[in-house]
Design a protein around this ligand. Structure first.
Ligand SMILES: [Zn+2]
Length: 257
């Protein structure tokens, strides 16, 4: 009698599902297009569930197109971002107007983002990867690192009435309701969300940044192909076709995910 072939141990899914028991989200990123290089299909899923998500762009990406003067690029990129957001069910896009390319992590940036958090009162805040790299040797961009770090801090600052108290004195309420900050594209991602059904919306959302993509001069860049490349591997880690991965940071004490 021969032994049956050994069955591989069932492996636990490599990525845990993100919680979806929330109703208001706020995405804070450095540039127009930061949401669209991965997270937008997840946003489309959540807005499809009836959640409200607001986008806040810290800069207008005005330094992002080599062949275009920043004043023209600002208008073009803001318009592209508004359309890109609309495609995934986001109707409110705010631009803080801070200088593209030279953002600094610090109190002024925390203050600006805390004000946005206090006005919109989100339960979940989404941002971009703020780690040093994207996982291999690709060095992350300075604005992403500054924005992500400041967003994490501002999500907590917003709940403390004695921090940035001039905002409270001018009529805003403290907001301590952010339970988690999620960073897309992080090399430390341990969570994910199934984006199979909203993958196409994510592609359309990236394609809305046409002037920017043209300006990059990447030959034959195809938004669908690019997002498939990222989304398939993440999907495999969740046992679905396409998924988006996020690093989860909890703001509560002793809170797990
Ligand atoms: Zn960016």
């Amino acid at each position: 009698m021969t032994e049956p072939p050994a069955q591989p141990h069932p492996r636990p899914p490599a990525l845990k599902p993100l919680k979806e028991d929330w109703t208001r989200g706020l995405a804070v990123v450095a540039h127009p297009d930061d949401m669209e290089f991965g997270a937008a299909s997840a946003v489309a899923r959540w807005t499809g569930q009836g959640k409200q998500i607001v986008y806040c762009m810290v800069t207008s990406g005005e330094a992002g197109i080599d062949g275009m003067d920043p004043d023209a690029a600002r208008r073009t990129r803001e318009a592209e971002q508004v359309e890109s957001a609309r495609v995934v069910g986001v109707d409110v896009v705010e631009f803080l107007g801070l200088p593209d390319g030279i953002l600094e992590y610090g109190v002024p940036l925390r203050r600006a983002i805390a004000e946005v958090v206090r006005r919109h009162r989100p339960e979940i805040v989404i941002t971009n990867n703020f780690r040093e790299t994207w996982g291999a040797t690709g060095f992350n961009q300075a604005d992403h690192i500054a924005t992500g770090r400041a967003t994490l801090d501002a999500a907590r600052d917003a709940g403390n009435r004695w921090v940035f108290r001039e905002q409270i004195e001018s009529g805003l309420e403290p907001w301590g309701g952010v339970s988690q900050v999620w960073a897309s594209g992080s090399p430390n991602a341990r969570h994910g969300v199934d984006t199979t059904d909203t993958f196409d919306a994510g592609v359309r959302s990236l394609r809305a940044h046409q002037a920017y993509i043209d300006g990059l001069g990447w030959e034959n860049f195809d938004a669908a192909e690019f997002l498939e490349g990222v989304g398939r591997g993440t999907g495999t880690a969740m046992g679905v076709t396409f998924a988006t991965a996020f690093e989860v940071l909890s703001l509560g004490w002793g809170e797990d995910d």
